[in-house]
Design a binder for this molecule. Structure first.
Ligand SMILES: *Cc1c(COP(=O)(O)O)cnc(C)c1O
Ligand SMILES: [Zn+2]
Length: 408
């Protein structure tokens, strides 16, 4: 592969292929040899120089960037910039599963195919599985999606599901689904997609920063996003650093938010701890069941790992926010009434965190603020395509049972 290297920022080892980890357990990163040059492709493929794959696939996934006049005026911000990844045809946003998980699925499948990987297994709280299911339908690439049973309502595609999609439901939360996925991969000899460790996932999500920066012709002063794992936020932070290496000025401060009552990263960061303790997520299961934005429910996020969320927050002097369900819903209503598009719950959490930041005077009125609106336009997807339900092939009642029997 000519245009990039995968390297470990801690021990400097260099890797190739679909490598997910280093012996020293740091997050691997990509290093691109060429400066960023926009290519004449659609969506995020314009940034293929800075994606770990060589050939674009036939997808239109990609974020759009626009200045928010309405919400900006409401909040008294002159330079509120929205990075939107969802479905909004009038603004040329065609993410057909409605979230920025489309940004990771496209380059991940391209990277896998180019490295001779024919199938991937993916643990998901919902939106990631939907994005990969859509990619599988479009490209014939096989995916095994392992999701909590409670997330099944999120498992639809904008077209009829094909034989390339295999859905496995687990009667447990996202955390358990990740464990089941690890066993599944071992038993079946299928590649794990890798989550935060997958550089294609992070760089794909990082294109939100590239689209915003190339539109604004500068880096933002502030970056707002709701996080479960923080993978997208790490991706955007890494992209901002790449741009800085290439002479762009500015350094976006990360403002990351979680949904109360499940806020492990918020709690650990407020105590300035590199490690998440069980006390940061009391009664985890019940808390997760109460969440408006259930995709933000990761119990084991890449927080303390070198190059992870903690390091990103330290590096940018970042801020964490905790948002209640009602604050999120109110913020979502406000956004829809002002900007004219419905949001996914997690994106509502991000909008609510921006409102908190303005109330706390954390930002100046003329600062350049990038609000990552990570999902929306679901109503329009329903109108234009309909929701085609994916049915589970297997349901696992007890995730601690002998999975060999299930999978062999
Ligand atoms: C996954 C997801 C998030 C959280 O992203 P991470 O940075 O990976 O934690 C936010 N919003 C939406 C809509 C998502 O699907
Ligand atoms: Zn290493």
């Amino acid at each position: 592969m000519g245009n990039y290297q995968i390297f470990c920022p801690t021990c400097q080892s260099v890797f190739s292929g679909y490598t997910l980890s280093c012996q020293c357990h740091s997050l691997l990163q990509t290093r691109y040899s060429k400066p960023l040059e926009l290519r004449p492709f659609q969506g995020l493929w314009r940034f293929i120089d800075w994606l770990p794959c060589e050939k674009p696939l036939d997808t239109k996934a990609g974020s759009i960037t626009f200045r928010s006049d309405h919400l900006g005026r409401e909040l008294g911000l002159t330079n509120l910039i929205i990075g939107f990844t969802g479905y909004w045809p009038e603004r040329h946003a065609y993410n057909l599963t409605g979230s920025f998980k489309d940004l990771e699925a496209s380059p991940t499948v391209a990277r896998a195919k180019e490295n001779g990987v024919n199938a991937l297994a993916i643990a998901s709280a919902g939106n990631t599985a939907r994005a990969f299911a859509h990619m599988a339908n479009k490209t014939g690439f096989e995916v095994y999606l392992i999701v909590p049973e409670s997330s099944l309502s999120m498992l639809w595609t904008p077209e009829a599901p094909t034989h390339s999609v295999h859905l496995i439901a687990v009667k447990a939360d996202y955390y358990k689904s990740i464990e089941v996925t690890a066993s599944f991969c071992q038993i079946k000899g299928i590649f794990p997609e890798g989550g935060a460790k997958n550089v294609a996932r992070r760089d794909g999500m990082g294109t939100v920063m590239l689209d915003a920066a190339t539109t604004m012709k500068r880096l933002p002063d502030h970056y707002f996003q709701a996080i479960g794992s923080g993978t997208g936020a790490i991706g955007c932070w890494e992209m901002a650093e790449r741009l800085r290496i290439h002479g762009w000025t500015g350094k976006p401060k990360l403002h990351l938010s979680q949904n109360k009552p499940f806020v492990p990263i918020y709690s650990a960061w407020k105590a300035r701890r590199r490690h998440i303790l069980t006390e940061d997520m009391p009664q985890a299961e019940q808390s997760i069941n109460q969440l408006h934005a259930v995709v933000l429910s990761n119990r084991n996020p890449p927080y303390s790992v070198a190059g992870g969320v903690y390091d990103a927050l330290v590096d940018t002097d970042g801020e964490m926010y905790a948002v209640t369900n009602s604050e999120a819903k109110q913020a979502g209503k406000l956004f829809e009434s002002l900007e004219g598009i419905d949001l996914l719950p997690a994106a509502e959490v991000a909008v609510a965190s921006l409102i908190q930041a303005v109330e706390e005077n954390y930002i100046n009125r003329d600062d350049w603020v990038l609000l990552n609106v990570t999902g929306g336009g679901i109503k329009r997807i329903g109108e234009d395509f309909g929701f085609h339900e994916i049915k589970p092939e297997i349901t696992i009642d007890d995730p601690d049972c002998n999975l060999e029997e299930f999978f062999s």
